[in-house]
Design a protein around this ligand. Structure first.
Ligand code: H79
Length: 452
């Protein structure tokens, strides 16, 4: 092949690669190879979110309490002297998180109040030089989580309402506008990016969990530049959708999706009571059943749950929060095959409840919340033969009976599967249907005689 032809072919190859390299999706920009890096996230299903900061001292809402002017910024910062971390046991936290069944944990390195949990060289508000703790708490926590082989997510607030370099102080007070003082804004960006690079270098996180992007445009934040610098030498890092348009997955907050989201990758973040940080007065804890209702709903729709805890200022974790994580963990342990590495389930028309499928699509897991009054569960419109039905984590093989199956058409009939009371789990019983091949759903309107 001559030189000219080779270079033309190389050019064509180059431009066709560029063409598939980046693609805009709902959650942001997607590289062609991003599906590989998202696989562990897709399989993980559960993460534990940690909101830990000075707001735990008085038990008031994280950052928002002074932003919304419920108290002065000055009084909010007085909590620094109560943030002792004196009983902080990172290894116990990591064990608890592992035992919850989570595969990753996302920690607030810095919330909108600007209080940094590590020994940062940037800014003017961190745990070592400004809080009673006088020690870095982020490093030992991340070390302990890594020791337990948990993936690490770093939550980072783009806004810092405490910084004099930042535009917003409270809902009614602005320090300046970017248009009028671009230099000051640039100084803020230098501080913010300095911290981000510090976090990247120190911790090499698997996920960057941004928050607060709504306060400025992506251009003002320099979102594309931030993304490029975080991915440099770390292309497998995942970024959430809150770096406006630069992320890999969507992050609905509190609102459990009613319909299956279109996004391929998504994660619902959810409080364990009604607060992100520790608030003593908030006793409105979700029950284990309710947490599982939400979790099962998420995984059956192809998403993850990022369940939040709010440790106290001394580093202890409320016993109710511990209890919920441990109960969730023991349910997941019993039913792990129906959870990790599964894909979203089948439409409710086939089964009136949440479902997941094994990766090879040959096992369908049915999540049964209640006790069926006639001891039977019903599955419709599955063309496969159900080779075996059993109760996951219990082992009982279940008998089944098919009705309304005719020999002269392809309509697969209605299957009734016996579910004896003794096999019922206290939260969700999982029935595994082992099929004769990848699942085939029948969706025809069966109104014609196909064979006679
Ligand atoms: O860290 C937790 C919360 O503190 C933080 N995200 C979780 C994980 C958070 N709280 N609220 N929000 C994020 C979104 C806030 C949106 C609002 Fe607005 C800001 C409502 C009013 C001002 C954005 C801008 C929506 C309407 C205007």
């Amino acid at each position: 092949m001559n030189h000219k032809l080779t270079s033309i072919l190389l050019c064509i190859l180059y431009f066709s690669l560029i063409g598939v390299k980046a693609q805009e999706t709902k959650s942001g920009i997607f590289e062609a190879t991003d599906h590989d890096k998202m696989q562990w996230f897709k399989d993980a299903k559960l993460g534990v979110f940690i909101h830990w900061g000075i707001y735990a001292v008085d038990g008031i809402s994280e950052s928002w309490s002074f932003y919304n002017e419920y108290l002065s910024h000055e009084d909010y910062l007085k909590q620094l002297s109560g943030f002792t971390a004196s009983n902080f046991k990172p290894k116990e936290w990591a064990k608890l998180i592992k035992d919850s069944g989570a595969k990753y944990s996302v920690i607030t390195s810095k919330h909108h109040d600007g209080f940094a949990l590590w020994n940062t060289n940037y800014g003017n508000l961190n745990v070592v030089s400004h809080a009673a703790a006088k020690k870095d708490v982020l490093t030992p926590l991340i070390d302990a989580l890594k020791e337990k082989e948990l993936k690490i997510g770093i939550y980072f607030s783009l806004p810092d309402w405490s910084s004099n370099l930042y535009t917003h102080l409270t809902t009614s007070k602005r320090r300046y506008t970017i248009e009028k003082d671009p230099q000051r804004w640039q100084e803020y960006l230098n501080y913010m990016n300095g911290q981000l690079l510090e976090l990247k270098k120190n911790y090499r996180p698997d996920i960057w969990w941004f928050d607060g992007d709504w306060e400025h445009s992506p251009e003002a934040w320099g979102s594309a530049k931030i993304r490029a610098s975080l991915l440099k030498d770390a292309p497998k890092t995942i970024i959430n959708s809150r770096l406006t348009g630069q992320g890999n997955y969507q992050t609905p907050e509190i609102g459990v999706p009613v319909y299956r989201p279109e996004a391929k990758y998504w994660e619902l973040c959810m409080t364990i009571n009604d607060s992100w940080g520790y608030q003593q007065s908030d006793t409105n804890y979700k029950t284990t059943q309710q947490i599982l209702d939400i979790f099962v709903d998420c995984i059956s729709k192809g998403g993850n749950l990022l369940l939040d805890i709010g440790p106290k200022a001394d580093g202890t974790i409320d016993p109710i929060q511990k209890d919920r994580l441990l109960k969730l963990g023991s349910w997941i342990k019993k039913h792990h095959k129906a959870v990790y590495g599964t894909t979203r389930g089948i439409p409710y028309e086939h089964f009136y409840g949440p479902t997941t499928l094994s990766k090879d699509k040959q096992t369908l897991y049915l999540f049964v919340r209640d006790i069926p009054k006639d001891g039977k569960i019903v599955v419709k419109g599955i063309s496969n033969t159900i080779n075996r039905a059993y109760v996951l984590g219990n082992g009982s093989i279940l008998s089944q009976k098919k009705i309304a199956k005719l020999y002269w058409n392809k309509y697969p009939g209605i299957s009734y599967i016996d579910l004896p009371k003794e096999t019922i789990d206290s939260y969700y019983t999982v029935v595994a249907l082992v099929l004769d091949g990848p699942i085939e759903l029948y969706s025809e309107l069966n109104d014609a005689v196909e064979q006679n």
